[in-house]
Design a protein around this ligand. Sequence first.
Ligand code: BGC
Length: 461
Amino acid sequence: MTVDFTMQFPAGFLWGTATAAHQVEGGNTNNNWHAWEQAGGGRIFQNQTHGRACDWWGGRYAEDFDRAAALHHNAHRFSIEWSRVEPQEGRFDDRALAFYADLIAALRQRGLEPMVTLHHFTDPLWLAGQGGWTNRETPARFARFVRMAVEALGADVRLWCTINEPMVYAAQSYLLGRFPPGKRNVRAMFAVAENMLRGHALAYHAIKSIQPEAEVGFAKHQISLKTPFPHALHHGALRLVRWVFNRAFVVALTTGELRLPLRRVQVPEARDTLDWIGLNYYYRFQVSFSPLYPQRVFLNQTQPRDGIRGPGEVGEIWPEGLFEQIKWLCKTTGKPLYVTENGVPDPDDALRRLHMVRSLRSVWKAIMHNYPVRGYFYWTLVDNFEWSEGYDPRFHFGLYACDPQTQRRTARPSAALYGEICAANALGSDAIRRAIPPDEFDALFPAPPVQTRVTLPPRGG
Ligand code: BGC
């Protein structure tokens, strides 16, 4: 018996991919990441630098948008590089703004709705020199840049995303030391989270004052968590990580109060500053606690049981976690949601189609539960500069492979699957059958048991 179905998505659903300026543009020499790359010292895979990346600054965005349009995407999320628009404090570069206006026009010409991110991990050098996001003046400086960007580009942009993954930025830069400035200081991490919250709030109000009809949100990275046996021993650690990393920032946007360990701050201007919430979702981690180290919490990437095994250290990829994250974010904020990033590092395209099917099945399930999911942006269109992983071949996330030396793009098989899904606005059994092995199909979509013998009640009984 075969199982046939169509998981239809709502009319007007946005389908696309997401990118970030520093990862695709190339030649970004005026931000803190450039300086970090130049310093070497093994901070980035093989001491690589972003170089030409995907050469979007050289104009190759146009051919990549052709690819997206040919795959029936109707939207694209990208970011504006602050250090290009404001190369020195208070001096704005009209040429940079014109570049982004052209890029947005190129999207519109191809029928792609732009979603514009205003901060995606990089800071202008002049800002980094003032302490970056640890500085209490930074939120106001960010809002000034945002105002310039919205004045220049707002006529063609409806969807604005203020900040990408504030807690990832804060943790990677100030707790784990993997992003510039490479600090390990929990207090600094909390100060950065607070300032990013203020920055988001000021940016929200700035955008709405210029363009009241704009729809403004931000992209929140959520991680799935689990505990080892005995669960009760580790549950406190799970709650702590879940609160700090997944929840505190989002709750602050509804209450106007940011509650972090040993820190409770009022940020009333942050209340009700969301028109939508963005979800970036990738991994599941195991949280544990050891009585031998009562001050510590352990976070590990474990190998999967029901998830997908990622490359190298990546550990567990668990697409089904999307459902819980969508549910929590929609319930907490009461707002519509875009999946602003979701993808898998997979150079050989061995996992990607299964991952895509499982992920979209979870998103569809959330829609069936009446959670207002409005769109899905796959991470990413073409392989690009993957931060500390540089161009490490294990961390290629693209629907298209891209060789940064030759700039040659090659479609991976999953690009066609995604194109088919976008064209149909649906995930259908025929497309899935063609994309994943039969045993995976049967495991995901088991045929209902066939009743072979029917026992009727005795007559007149
Ligand atoms: C970031 C992207 C990054 C992706 C894959 C996300 O957390 O926003 O910039 O490339 O993860 O690691």
